[in-house]
Design a protein around this ligand. Structure first.
Ligand code: RP5
Length: 182
């Protein structure tokens, strides 16, 4: 990729509880600011759990537009299959990235310090014009963004689909256990 190499984190971690099969990042997690990391880390954590490799970068649409352009134009050439983009306030990063890449983009609206009430971020990411989709998750919904990315990739990877089914079973069991404990 042509972007300058100042990533905050480049992670090629193995799942803590479910096994994975390779170490090439398939999900690109980007965010507009380091102040978004506490939310976007939830996408990284669930991808770890599901055994999906990812990389993380700060790519600001407003402060580093050239870096955003280079990232979005080249991510698919580096083997990235899905981009998760998080931003707050006037959140242009997911939509602008989607306008430049052939990859699916999942947008995470973030209730940042420059956000009025979160709705500005949600609507900036959600209300895309026809032809340039961004799959928008809930406000601060980075965990679901990670799961959705895994499901998109998993459609072509039976082993990952198995891990997703195992994860869904874990969720079900937690509910049943909590009901049992009442
Ligand atoms: C957005 O502005 C970023 O994605 C972040 O959510 C928000 C505030 O950025 P900082 O001022 O904290 O760097 O572009």
């Amino acid at each position: 990729m042509k972007i300058d190499k100042t990533p905050i984190i480049i992670v090629f971690r193995f799942s803590l509880s479910l096994q994975k099969k390779d170490t090439m990042p398939e999900v690109g997690i980007i965010m507009g600011s380091k102040s978004d990391l506490h939310i976007m880390q939830e996408a990284a954590d669930i991808l770890d759990h599901l055994g999906v490799d990812y990389e993380m970068n700060i790519v600001s649409a407003h402060r580093t537009p050239d870096r955003m352009y280079d990232y979005a134009k080249n991510a698919h050439k580096q083997g990235i299959k899905v981009i998760i983009a998080g931003a707050g306030g006037a959140a242009h990063l997911p939509g602008m990235t989607a306008s430049l890449t052939p990859l699916p983009v999942i947008g995470v609206p973030i209730k940042s310090r420059n956000s009025i009430d979160g709705w500005d971020s949600v609507l900036s990411i959600l209300q895309m014009p026809g032809g340039i989709p961004v799959a928008t998750v809930a406000l601060d919904g980075a965990k679901n963004a990670g799961i959705l990315a895994a499901k998109i990739i998993g459609a072509q990877q039976p082993e990952l689909l198995n891990r997703l089914e195992k994860y869904m079973e874990e969720l079900k069991q937690k509910v049943l256990d909590s009901a049992h404990d009442l």
